[in-house]
Design a protein around this ligand. Structure first.
Ligand SMILES: *Cc1c(COP(=O)(O)O)cnc(C)c1O
Length: 363
């Protein structure tokens, strides 16, 4: 990782805010897939485990094996289940697969039978209407009517995922809720989980035995359209490396898409789309220098981005000064909206060229 002095931007991750968010979300499981949504799986999972989190979800077995290196005790669920042939790696690292197809169920049962280890833990993912990952209603009926298919397997969780939980008025929510109840009735009794970040805010009826928040832990608003109940976790401060004083009409950046009409000042920051700062923010985004909004002007290029700092005193807008690319006044959801995407994508795109600072102090 670049040092503070070397880096073009400083990414600060407030682990105390993260832990506060986890508590606010019910102190259940934590989803730390995709390198903890780009924030760094090791520091994030350690902070949560220290706070008492005992259950983690990742997408891939490879992520689970990395997590297991640091956390010996907690339960780790692997959402994608075992790719064929990796079943022994699951048992060796005490990972719990989330099984989504009858083939995966069969492979896990065969593994359990071959192991002589007694019952092997597994979770089942049920497709209740998202048509993405999970056992179909027909698969669930098959499992219900042919119980031998789960011989040797201890069901520790049945789960499903909501497609539209960020819209509490959406008819899909109730439909999926009912489909989940119907599916559970077919299966042996097991603890249940339905709600991710937004589902938690649909109300206690949706919590079942375990909630699975990801994005909200990291400060993304789980209730779009309403004030964000979560604390901000991420701040990204880009360093100004040059300020151009313009005194005659000039264009800025690739494609000459922005024109400075007369006098003005343009600050260049050493961050670009190669760092996950979206090119779609070209001529649309903004940063903050202190509390002053500075419009992003011209195109975002690979390693650089330019801001109009004419409104900021020269003593502030100078090389070495910092512009909040994500900060208290332009939080991750606001940046995402301007970029035409969602906070999830902004976080998981955060680049590797930042100096990362993990801040245990609140505030
Ligand atoms: C990613 C994921 C989550 C977490 O979702 P958020 O919206 O980030 O809280 C929970 N469950 C499943 C199955 C997922 O894929």
């Amino acid at each position: 990782m670049p040092s503070y002095a070397q880096a073009g931007a400083i990414l600060s991750i407030d682990l105390a805010a993260l832990v506060d968010n986890w508590r606010r979300l019910g102190s259940g499981a934590a989803v730390v897939k995709a390198n903890a949504y780009g924030l760094g799986i090791e520091p994030v999972a350690r902070a949560l485990a220290t706070a008492g989190c005992r259950t983690f979800f990742v997408a891939h077995i490879h992520e689970a094996l990395i997590l297991r290196q640091w956390l010996a005790e907690p339960t780790i669920f692997v959402l994608h289940g075992p790719p064929p042939g990796t079943e022994p790696e699951f048992t060796a690292a005490r990972l719990i697969p989330v099984l989504s197809t009858l083939d995966q169920v069969a492979a896990w049962r065969a593994h359990a039978a071959g192991q002589n280890l007694g019952l092997l833990d597994a979770a089942l993912q049920l497709d209740t209407g998202m048509t993405r990952l999970g056992l179909s209603p027909a698969d669930i009926e098959t499992l219900g009517s042919e119980p031998w298919r789960l011989e040797g397997v201890r069901l520790v969780l049945v789960m499903s995922h909501l497609a539209c939980a960020d819209d509490p008025t959406h008819v899909m929510n109730e439909a999926q809720y009912r489909a989940f109840a119907t599916a559970r009735d077919c299966l042996p009794p097991a603890p249940a989980s339905l709600a991710a970040s937004s589902g938690i805010f649909l109300g206690p009826q949706w919590w079942f035995d375990m909630v699975r928040p990801g994005a909200a832990l990291y400060g993304v608003n789980p209730t779009p359209g309403e004030p964000n109940p979560m604390a901000q976790v991420v701040r990204l401060q880009g360093k100004i490396i040059q300020v151009r004083n313009v005194d005659s009409p000039q264009t800025v950046g690739y494609g000459a898409t922005h024109r400075v009409a007369g006098r003005g000042r343009v600050a260049t920051v050493a961050v670009g789309y190669a760092d996950g700062y979206p090119r779609s923010l070209s001529n649309r985004g903004s940063g903050f220098l202190g509390t002053v909004r500075v419009p992003l002007v011209g195109r975002v290029s690979m390693d650089l981005v330019t801001f109009d700092v004419s409104a900021v005193p020269e003593t502030l807008a100078r090389p070495g000064g910092m512009i909040d690319l994500i900060g208290p006044l332009n939080p991750v959801d606001a940046v995402a909206a301007l970029a035409g995407t969602i906070g999830y994508e902004i976080l998981t795109s955060l680049g590797q060229r930042y100096h990362r600072r993990y801040n245990f102090e609140a505030g």
